[in-house]
Design a protein around this ligand. Structure first.
Ligand code: FAD
Length: 448
């Protein structure tokens, strides 16, 4: 029997799941259809990882090899929930794996957060990575900017705002983004974290990189430093933190004052309110003190900082999927080892999840491999839970999409688009020139 599996979402989690199914020794014959709402695969590797991180972007090379193995059909520009439904999948496949990730910003519940000039980091990331579904323009007239969050996404945003545009040019940064960044007025970016410099969620490589930015001073405040054993213990001291402590200490010895842009780190800082009547004018925040277990507590000392823009980088959050259960507290589809559970805790036959929609938006690309291993093993162990699809013709799903007027792309369409982007990039001395608009992507991918 040929095992027919639909995978929804062509990010790393979906592609790794496909690879495992193809190579699994319990599977003699498998046919995989990969549905993706965008005309291009690779999810956040293409639309999340920053353009000036070519080493990480390079992961697409191994993902491409999997797609090119000849064993996966790619259906780009197909949105689960509108172009294709759960019932459609039941008619054509034995099982479905949802790998739809997380795209939107987690909320930050403070007064003024909805003022114009207050942005979610995820929206900014989508903009600078050329996501087809976000507006082409981004307001960059703020001189002073606050970023709330102490994870790597906060560092990405800080770096993209302060880095000299000419240093971004050779990367795959889209043209509209490059020109907008060239006209940016920013001089000071302040990154806020509620706890100590040893409680950050940054990784050393990403932190160190900021110190190498041309014409950017790193500004640290003495009141935030004085590393001590209590902090170290509360932060769960490890090698990574020791490296970061050295990075901060090195920066504190540097002379500042000559660069045209400054990147400030403010620790022990709890945001209270975004100030402004019609647009962001400032941030009211309170200094914190840490409990013995490292929890931030209010100190009663409230301060204000003048800023004209604010970015919240407090995490991503998953979105519900049509006809599937969803945990609105955690932003994931409830599951046990990848098998989806209904509202009463019973397993939904034939429905599995992997990646960020399975366990929440934390962790690196590599972690989605472990997710995929678990989910694929669960799927293969649960043969009794597979669907019994009445439609056996592999071409039936293509006919259905065509009948619905869905303009889907296939793997050769994506390869054409990929080739075009690389070629355009070569001509301009860039790694790639991303095609941004969905219409243009489709017109390149689908020959008339
Ligand atoms: C800003 C940012 C920077 C990052 N930088 C790094 C880094 O430098 N290094 C690193 O290792 N990790 C990094 N990560 C983490 C990494 O991107 C994730 O671990 C990984 O992408 C999660 O994979 P996923 O496949 O679960 O989700 P995604 O990559 O989000 O893929 C999900 C896919 O599903 C598609 N989809 C969603 N809904 C539907 C639907 N209804 N129908 C069809 N398709 C749908 C989406 O379009 C998307 O292509 C970063 C993450 C972010 C947010």
């Amino acid at each position: 029997m040929t095992l027919r599996v639909a995978i929804v979402g062509a990010g790393p989690a979906g592609i790794y799941a496909a690879d495992l199914l193809i190579k699994h020794d319990k599977v003699s014959d498998v046919s995989i259809d990969l549905f993706e709402r965008l005309p291009a695969p690779y999810g956040l590797v293409r639309y999340g990882v920053a353009p000036d991180h070519p080493r990480i972007k390079g992961i697409v090379n191994s993902l491409r090899e999997i797609l090119d193995s000849g064993k996966i059909r790619f259906f780009g520009n197909v949105n689960y929930g509108t172009d294709v439904t759960l019932n459609d999948l039941k008619q054509h496949y034995h099982a479905v794996i949802f790998a739809t990730g997380a795209m939107r910003d987690a909320e930050l519940d403070i007064s003024g957060i909805d003022l114009p000039g207050s942005f979610g980091a995820a929206d900014f990331v989508s903009w600078y990575d050329g996501h087809p579904d976000v507006p082409r323009d981004w307001p960059l007239h703020a001189k002073e900017v606050a970023i709330i969050g102490n994870g790597n996404v906060a560092l990405d945003v800080a770096r993209m705002l302060t880095k000299r545009p000419k240093d971004l040019y050779p990367t795959e940064v889209p043209d509209n983004v490059f020109h907008a960044l060239e006209s940016s007025q920013v001089t000071d970016v302040h990154v806020f974290g509620r706890r100590s410099p040893l409680h950050v969620k940054f990784t050393p490589l990403e932190l160190r990189e900021l110190g190498d930015l041309e014409d950017v001073d790193i500004v640290l405040y003495d009141e935030d430093f004085g590393f001590n054993d209590a902090w170290r213990e509360a932060a769960g001291a490890n090698k990574q933190l020791a490296v970061m402590e050295r990075i901060f200490e090195d920066w504190r010895r540097r002379e500042v004052g000559k660069a045209s842009r400054r990147l400030h780190f403010r620790f022990f800082a709890q945001p209270l309110e975004v100030l402004g009547s019609f647009a962001v004018e400032g941030l009211r925040w309170e200094r914190t003190v840490l409990t013995a277990s490292g929890q931030p507590q209010p100190s009663g000392e409230v301060r204000r900082l003048q800023v004209q823009a604010l970015y919240r980088a407090v995490g991503y959050f998953g979105s519900p999927l049509a006809e599937l259960p969803f945990d609105s507290q955690t932003g994931v589809v409830p599951n046990i080892s990848g098998a989806v559970l209904d509202d009463n805790g019973f397993q939904e036959p034939g429905v599995f999840v992997t990646g960020w929609i399975k366990r929440g938006p934390v962790g690196l690309i590599g972690h989605t491999k472990a997710d995929a291993i678990e989910t694929v093993n669960t799927l293969l162990e649960q043969r009794d839970a597979w669907w019994n699809p009445p439609e056996s013709d592999l071409r039936a799903i293509t006919r259905l999409l065509t009948k619905r007027g869905c303009k889907f792309t296939d793997l050769s369409g994506w390869q054409r688009l990929d080739f075009k982007e690389t070629k355009l990039g070569q001509i301009r001395g860039k790694e790639r020139l991303k095609v941004v608009s969905r219409e243009e992507m489709l017109s390149l991918a689908i020959p008339r």
